[in-house]
Design a protein around this ligand. Structure first.
Ligand code: ZN
Length: 70
């Protein structure tokens, strides 16, 4: 997921793994925004949790294990 810094206009990418971990924390704390630090200017950027969910939707636990051919 691409994030653009509001202060210095630097854009950077958040990995799927990062998003999943951040989403889990945000959900646990009931937050609507997750904050990330800009890689360039180190300011704090707010990222909407709803937007993050679109990039890292909850995966169905059995999806990958459905095929059990031996
Ligand atoms: Zn910045």
């Amino acid at each position: 997921m691409n994030v653009r810094c509001n202060y210095c206009r630097q854009s950077f990418n958040l990995s799927r793994d990062y998003l999943e971990a951040a989403l889990a924390k945000a959900t646990e704390k009931n937050q609507k925004y997750h904050t990330v630090e800009c890689i360039n200017c180190r300011k704090v950027i707010k990222v909407s949790v709803a937007q993050m969910k679109r990039y890292a939707p909850e995966t169905e636990p059995s999806a990958e294990e459905a095929e059990t051919e031996d």
